[in-house]
Write a protein that binds this ligand. Sequence first.
Ligand SMILES: [Zn+2]
Length: 204
Amino acid sequence: MSNYNLDDPVELLCALTEINSVNSTLVPGAPGESEIATFIGKWFTDRGFEVTRLEGTPGRPSIVACSKGATSSKKIMLNGHIDTVTVASYEGDGCKAVRKDGNVYGRGTFDMKGGLAGQMIAAHRAVQRGITGQVIVAAVSDEEHGNIGTEEVLKHFTADVGVVAEPTMLGLTVAHKGFVWFDLVRVTTSESMQSPKQVTHLSH
Ligand SMILES: [Zn+2]
């Protein structure tokens, strides 16, 4: 990794981009979130945050960084996912951050390491400037598949308000419809292939 200034949001984004964190459920054999979680955990520890590494699923860690010294009971949680989709479809080296024309290119820069880098810097600066409540950054695994990271975080941490840095082209999104994955299995015989009424089995 290049010698980036990790207190600059753009350079922090470059550093995050150059850690391969392709979701290992989406892409078997991919590295998953271990290395990037370690990097983020150290980043927050170095800046005085209380860091918890949650890893109920081995190899799929999430990092929760909590500011210290709050003087009010209010809490805000900033949530960003640390996994990406595959780099196989990326034109060029997806794990190389390229700065060009005022943009940063690389797998996950938009979704959502850019947002995450912004949240990390914002959390640190809020503490430096004396925010009275607690700032929590949840850097979570597996958003691109099953959300095991956020599910695990919410078993241990709560907040009064949450902000997710998923890209919306700078639009404010106040609700989410959620998602569900399911497998559709059609069991049929050759003579009934013509008829959709012959669908006889549906699994989760
Ligand atoms: Zn995303």
